[in-house]
Ligand binder design. Structure first.
Ligand SMILES: [Zn+2]
Length: 236
């Protein structure tokens, strides 16, 4: 038996981050495909072609650095009617990054991405980071992860991770990355086909923009953090 990653997340995760989105309301048989870590040449265009062919809309959590390097791919995602979200500029892990650096990285990414959706790289961030970012962003997690990036599992297991745990309203995570490419190219078309055969429809993730009031508060807090940070440096 091979080790499997967190395909299903334990309940305390969702309680710790109550305003994050793990799954969407499920009156209908709808699922939300999401793709993390792109856009990159060859993988992202391949995903876009497949989605176009299958008439499926999805959500791409882009890494700012990749958007900067491949703006035309990012444009293509938008032109084809998909949703985009922020996945930091340098794919930073919240737990290993101090807050100021983390928030600055996210803001830098958002100058290019311009989204009110945020997904933390590695699926984890501190509660403080979560509370702060929740004021501006809708934090979108998932309830089904394909583990397509995991070289220790087979492509069949990647597909099985999706089909076994999917339910109406599921947010399903794949990766448009080189690491996941081999598994993705095999499992994604099969997952779409099987889900369609099972009567599922696909939608992108959308939330209304957060009110201005929150953004102002958020900016004030950034300013305060900056001042604290400057003082800290003075004392150091
Ligand atoms: Zn990622």
């Amino acid at each position: 038996m091979k080790f499997k990653l967190q395909v299903h997340l334990p309940g305390f995760f969702t309680k710790w981050f109550p305003a994050a989105v793990w799954r969407l309301p499920a009156e209908e048989k709808t699922v939300y495909l999401t793709f993390d870590d792109g856009p990159v040449p060859s993988v992202t265009p391949w995903v876009l072609d497949l989605l176009h062919q299958e008439q499926v809309k999805a959500t791409f959590f882009a890494v700012g650095e990749n958007v900067f390097r491949y703006p035309e791919l990012f444009e293509q995602i938008l032109e084809e009617g998909h949703a985009v979200g922020n996945h930091t500029y340098h794919h930073l892990q919240g737990l290993k990054t101090n807050n100021l650096e983390y928030f600055k990285d996210i803001e830098l990414a958002n100058r290019l991405i311009g989204s009110n959706l945020f997904r933390p790289p590695h699926g984890w961030l501190t509660r403080g980071q979560y509370l702060f970012l929740s004021q501006k962003y809708k934090i979108v997690m998932w309830d089904v992860i394909s583990c397509d990036y995991n070289g220790n599992i087979t492509r069949e297991e990647v597909l099985d991770n999706v089909l076994r745990f999917v339910r109406p309203g599921s947010i399903i995570t794949f990766h448009d990355s080189y690491k996941a490419e081999e598994h993705l190219r095999w499992a994604l078309p099969r997952a779409i086909e099987a889900l369609k055969a099972d009567g599922y429809e696909f939608r992108k993730i959308e939330f209304p923009k957060v009110r201005r009031l929150f953004i102002t508060t958020y900016l004030q807090r950034i300013k305060k953090l900056r001042i604290n940070f400057k003082q800290l440096r003075k004392w150091a």
